[in-house]
Design a protein around this ligand. Structure first.
Ligand SMILES: [Zn+2]
Length: 493
């Protein structure tokens, strides 16, 4: 993300200096400031060190007429070192008050880093509560590589969704997937509007023309997977296969050209989750569903936990609609339940979700994963730039480039061909089930695949994940004039 990287170096220097000074100032007792970043090489200032958040209680107010968001964030955390000070990630909005364990705490802000100095040091292992009151108009991120993400002000409300680090634009947060937490999201809006978020709707309450919607997400969630949507929504809720669904669709959409395909895709939610559970093991959460707002210019779908968000533009046919839903629901296993431990491992999300689409295509009788692999392989000549990206280490600028998706899925097909169907499905299922709720990395996946298959696989992964160029395959695919060439996606998913 250029938006970040341009400021990163100077900010890091400033942070390191202030950290060093802070350590000296607090001197004895072994208390020192937490690190300003959680240790991600791609985004050095994302997340923070020295504590672990257990729960965020977000009390949000949103006024569509002014776009002003007011917030009271109550953050329950535990110190993982003796802390003299700690950082939160927080961009732009105005802080009105900040307390730690009920007492006003000193704080400074430097770019997206909010440094909090409590009155007394926080001893390692100790639980503490931070309350931040704030308000302002959240700013949409316009990233040169990723386009617009974060808040989208719509005609009747807003959408809040983006990756990798938009959470800090609307609440103070330890903004990295490594620090998952549970959430309660209470959003107050003018009566007559709906609010859709993650997890379960546990209550609505109207008073003096304002309605408060409470959504509870008890299963630990990475910060970028938190979403709030305000506006006019038709909300459908039902239970199927032990999962409670909430589907939310803008009432302007059913009468549009997208309407029938949104409906046909969303009607298949239980069927798709059932299909994915048959392959990957039990669905990892208690709730599910999907969200489509009638928003021009929203160019992506995102696997927001339990309830993905979709650009309406995906729903141009029954197959396209079902395909994107398969992709985002597959992320619930690979991306959400298993979250990346480092952003460089993003292929573990996108390669798996794309491979799930291939499995679904076969399930629908429209071609096998091997056929899709062959067509993809043939579609990109050896000298095509497609083959130049090292998807196991794509760099922040290329984090969501097409090869991360397609070559990622191809890597899994090559793995399947090497170890055989039985071992392959034990690998992908065992990976999802044994690491449920955890953070994962590529080296861990390689080790897991080798353990399950009892094969040495580092040559395969070195070639497919870390070596530019088109790998040789055992039986090279022949380019055929009528093979369905996969079009590079205009919409990110
Ligand atoms: Zn995806």
């Amino acid at each position: 993300m250029l938006r970040r990287t341009t400021v990163v170096l100077t900010s890091i220097l400033a942070m390191l200096l202030s950290t060093a000074q802070g350590a000296q100032a607090h001197g004895g007792g072994g208390f020192s400031p937490g690190a300003p970043g959680i240790g991600d090489a791609y985004y050095p200032l994302d997340g923070n060190g020295g504590y672990d958040v257990r729960h965020y209680d977000l009390d949000i107010g949103y006024t569509p007429a002014t776009d002003v968001l007011t917030g009271v964030a109550t953050i329950s955390a535990r110190a993982t070192q003796n802390l003299s000070a700690f950082n939160l990630d927080f961009e732009g909005l105005t802080i009105r008050s900040l307390t730690v364990d009920g007492k006003a705490a000193a704080y400074t802000r430097n770019g997206g880093e909010l440094t909090v100095t409590p009155r007394h040091g926080l001893r390692k292992g100790r639980g503490f509560t931070v309350v931040v009151r704030y308000d302002g108009v959240p700013q949409t991120i316009d990233d040169p590589n990723l386009g617009l993400t974060g808040i989208f002000h719509t005609d009747d409300g807003m959408i809040m969704a983006g990756q990798p680090d938009v959470a800090a634009t609307w609440y103070p947060v330890n903004d990295h997937p490594k620090d998952k937490a549970s959430y309660t999201i209470r959003t107050t809006v003018p009566e007559g509007l709906e609010v859709v978020s993650n997890g379960a709707l546990t209550g609505t309450k109207t008073r003096r023309g304002l309605t408060t919607w409470t959504w509870d997400a008890p299963e630990p969630m990475a910060s970028y997977l938190v979403t709030v949507n305000v506006g006019q929504f038709d909300i459908t809720s039902y239970r199927s296969g032990g999962i409670r669904y909430w589907d939310a669709v803008d009432p302007d959409l059913p009468g549009s050209s997208y309407g029938p395909f949104i409906k046909s895709a969303f009607d298949r939610h239980p069927e798709i989750n059932g299909f994915l559970a048959d392959v990957f093991g039990p669905y990892p959460f208690r709730t599910s569903g999907g969200i489509v707002d009638d928003m021009e210019g929203l160019g992506f779908a995102l696997e927001t936990q339990t309830r993905p968000i979709y650009s309406k533009y995906f729903f141009t046919s029954a197959d396209n609609g079902a395909g994107v839903v398969v992709h985002e629901l597959a992320h619930q296993w690979y991306g959400d339940s298993l979250a990346v431990g480092r952003w460089q491992d993003i292929w573990l999300n996108e390669g798996f979700a794309t491979y799930a689409e291939w499995l679904w295509t076969e399930h629908e009788g429209q071609g096998t994963p091997q056929q899709i692999f062959d067509a993809s392989y043939a579609d990109f000549p050896a000298d095509h730039p497609f083959w130049q990206l090292k998807i196991g280490d794509p760099g922040p600028v290329n984090l969501f480039d097409y090869p991360v998706y397609l070559r990622g899925a191809m890597t899994l097909q090559v793995l399947r061909n090497r170890v055989g169907d039985d071992a392959f499905f034990r690998i992908v299922r065992g990976w999802a089930q044994t690491r449920k709720g955890d953070n994962v990395t590529t080296p861990e996946f390689i080790a897991f695949a080798e353990r399950v298959s009892r094969q040495q696989l580092d040559d395969l992964f070195d070639t497919w994940l870390f070596t530019p160029g088109r790998p040789e395959v055992a039986s090279p695919a022949r380019a055929s004039a009528d093979s369905a060439a996969p079009a590079a996606p205009e919409l990110r998913r």
